[in-house]
Design a protein around this ligand. Structure first.
Ligand code: ADP
Length: 442
């Protein structure tokens, strides 16, 4: 060949090589940007890994299948978090051990493993446990082993998270040394995403603990204050009764003793609420169901509450054919007690408190209405959260723990009922709850 021709051909080849290189670099850069964008998306870690591996397979030419294998420290094995070309649900049954197959070796050696030929791949996979090999086959839906593999460790400083494995199944392109830096960069980005996710989890847990501790401290302060009020009153009445120089009339003495009893009941109900709330919060509420007449329970509790107030009139009004329902007497009494207690407390000017029982097609509806201060619309939903208390109108001071309604809701829901509130500020409140009617009485 003439020298000029040869040199022209060489030049053309070099230009083509340069173009290909430039093209490859551009694609890699684009892929890195895309992957980096995914890192900041507000999605779960497994979704993020899936999005990343989908992008990688499209960019790294020899890669036809691949998986992000995560090191599960407590169980001492590797599991896939995301995969391309494999059936992920099947692949998730795999449990690779340290040192086992390509994943285990890459992790142990903590550096990229490039297997350029089917023989090299087969040698690296030789120690794979038969059950894992079977799962791999099933998830790939083929017996064929990869013909070339590139695996890089997913590490961030001393934290080793797992391995990114990319594989070629067929065709002419194979992984080469030139692929290592880019794939390792992707592995590093994945490590960054995992690190970020784990840090966020730790941060969230720490924040939650701090918030819980803060809430407990605030609650303790509020509860101690609430408990001290009746205690102070009791102390006042007993000191008065014990005054050596005063001869109280029998009527006055009875009056003081009655007040002491009322305050004791008040303290008792607050302590019960606190204890119940701790039971309910750990889902230990197992209602002991029996067939009960709700109107009797309503009447009993209404009488108990009526004794504490002479400015309220409690009226129980149930439909004539109101059926028996299955309920736990102790807990349902607690619901009535909490709701009636609120109806009295939050209608400080007194008024009518009506306890209605209505028979409906599939359930019974109990409504407790009062003529009290009412509740602003924005408070209606959060009221069922533990410790939530609505802002009181200026000048009012009504004791409470913010536990009565959440407890009532847990009890009603444990009975498969619903509870909700309707209210108008300055007009009054209706608290409704339903309980299912037993099939046999429908
Ligand atoms: P507590 O009464 O001990 O604060 P609850 O959980 O029973 O706790 O009630 C939460 C809040 O709901 C109360 O602080 C009050 O603001 C509001 N609330 C409950 N029942 C009524 C009612 N019948 N009328 C007006 N507000 C009510």
């Amino acid at each position: 060949m003439e020298t000029t021709k040869v040199s022209r051909l060489k030049k053309a080849n070099t230009t083509l090589g340069d173009d290909l290189n430039r093209h490859r670099q551009q694609r890699e850069l684009h892929a890195l940007i895309e992957v980096a964008k995914t890192l900041t998306a507000p999605i779960e870690l497994d979704e993020m890994m899936q999005a990343i591996i989908d992008k990688i397979i499209g960019v790294v030419e020899p890669a036809q299948i691949g998986a992000v294998m995560i090191w599960d420290q407590p169980r001492g094995l590797f599991q896939p978090l995301a995969a391309f070309g494999y059936d992920l649900q099947t692949l998730k049954k795999i449990s690779l051990h340290p040192g086992e197959s390509v994943t285990g070796k890459t992790f142990q050696r903590n550096c990229a493993q490039l297997l350029k030929t089917p023989e090299e791949v087969a040698a690296a996979m030789q120690d794979m446990l038969p059950e894992n090999r079977e799962i791999m086959k099933q998830s790939l839906k083929t017996d064929a082993l990869p013909i070339s593999t590139l695996a890089v460790p997913i590490t961030m400083e001393e934290n080793k998270y797992g391995v990114l494995v990319l594989e070629t199944l067929d065709g002419h392109t194979r992984f080469t040394e030139a692929d290592i830096p880019f794939v390792q960069a992707l592995g590093d980005l994945i490590a960054l995403a995992i690190e970020r996710h784990r840090l966020r989890e730790k941060l969230d847990a720490a924040k939650q603990l701090r918030e819980e501790a803060k809430m407990r401290a605030e609650l303790m302060a509020a509860l101690s204050h609430e408990l001290r009020l009746p205690l102070t009153a009791i102390r006042g009445y007993t000191s008065a009764l014990l005054l050596p120089d005063v001869n109280w009339s029998q009527e006055k003495q009875l009056d003081f003793l009655q007040s002491i009893e009322n305050e004791c009941e008040h303290m008792e109900s607050m302590i019960t609420e606190m204890l119940d709330s701790s039971i309910i919060s750990v889902d230990q509420l197992n209602p002991n169901l029996e067939s009960v007449q709700l109107q009797e329970i309503a009447r009993e509790v209404a009488e108990e509450i009526q004794r504490r107030s002479d400015i309220h009139r409690l009226v129980v009004d149930f439909d004539a054919h109101f059926p028996k329902v299955n309920a736990d007497v102790y807990w349902i009494k607690q619901v009535f007690r909490n709701l009636l207690d609120n109806a009295v407390k939050y209608s400080p000017e007194g008024g009518l408190i009506l306890i209605r029982g209505e028979l409906r097609a599939h359930d019974v509806l109990i409504s407790i209405s009062d003529q009290g201060i009412g509740i602003a619309p924005e408070d209606l939903i959060p009221l069922f959260e533990k410790y939530y208390r609505a802002q009181l109108p200026p000048g009012y001071r009504i004791p409470g723990t913010g536990l009565g309604l959440p407890i009532a809701r847990s009890i009603v829901e444990a009975h498969h009922g619903r509870i909700w509130i309707e209210s108008k500020v300055n007009e009054g409140t209706i608290v409704n709850f339903t309980l299912p009617i037993p099939e046999e009485t429908r």
